[in-house]
Design a protein around this ligand. Structure first.
Ligand SMILES: [Fe+2]
Length: 260
């Protein structure tokens, strides 16, 4: 197995997830890992959970998955409302088998996963978390941190053995331990994993990109190369669904159009 895809932050966006899964299938990639936040903000929590359960090898716990299962922590009001709505939708599933499957999936998500693998001629130790290697569920690592808080980024790198895949900020790019940050564009959308360079790789968000590009984001790894992919999807349909649900704030719809 030297090819796999990694997705994160689906946020109940079925239109985006469908397009991403089709692209992965088209490339013939059979192994998919997920960095969490399957639910929250968006209109299709059941459908997205079912697809992630069926199509991925495993998934780690995101703060919105935690919020749905236990309680929202540090959420603003609209995010909190979306989380309570998501719980209500999952709790009102009539078919017990489906309901049990979704809740037991959410209830058994680990905070991290690790792989030790050969990537072409290189070998890698890869950690997978939702947010950061220090606080796997809740800590934000922003691109600006490399300038405004380099000490924080250096401390985070002390916790990274080699490569760490993260999501959470919905902003894709690569952090190196200088510290430095590179947008996917600046790398020609490819980061080569090499034996003696540590990297924290943010894979962006499938269902709610926030880097001013409204296309769904994910990565796939082929040999030692991490490829950043962006895909246009029918965000207008997702927006309409959100606006038709009273408990979901219209801002969750508008940000899909604007990529923010
Ligand atoms: Fe998220």
């Amino acid at each position: 197995m030297d090819r796999f895809a990694v997705l994160s932050d689906i946020h109940s966006n079925l239109e985006a997830l469908t397009v991403v899964l089709a692209d992965i299938q088209k490339r013939g990639i059979e192994t998919i890992y997920c960095l969490g936040d399957v639910v929250g903000y968006g209109p299709n929590p059941k459908e997205c959970l079912d697809l992630i359960i069926d199509k991925t090898q495993w998934c780690v716990l995101g703060n919105h998955d935690y919020a749905t299962l236990y309680e929202p922590t540090n959420f603003n009001y609209p995010a909190e409302q979306a989380s309570f709505w998501t719980r209500e939708v999952l709790e009102t599933e009539e078919e017990k088998r489906r309901s049990d499957r979704r809740w037991s999936f959410l209830g058994s998500l680990p905070m991290r996963q690790s792989l030790r693998i050969k990537l072409g001629a290189n070998s890698a130790i890869i950690d997978f978390v939702h947010a950061s290697p220090r606080r796997p569920v809740n800590e934000y690592i922003f691109p600006d941190d490399v300038y405004t808080n380099p000490a924080k980024v250096r401390l985070l790198f002390e916790r990274v053995k080699h490569i760490c895949f993260v999501g959470h900020t919905h902003m894709p790019g690569v952090f190196l331990d200088e510290p430095d940050f590179y947008l996917p564009d600046e790398l020609g959308n490819v980061y080569p994993i090499i034996d003696d360079e540590k990297a924290i790789i943010n894979i962006g968000s499938v269902g709610q990109p926030r880097d001013k590009d409204n296309r769904a984001s994910y990565v796939y790894v082929n040999e030692n190369q991490v490829h950043f992919v962006r895909l246009a999807y029918d965000f207008e349909t997702t927006m309409e669904k959100i606006m038709a649900i009273e408990q979901l704030d219209n801002f969750h719809a508008e940000r899909l159009r604007d990529g923010r």
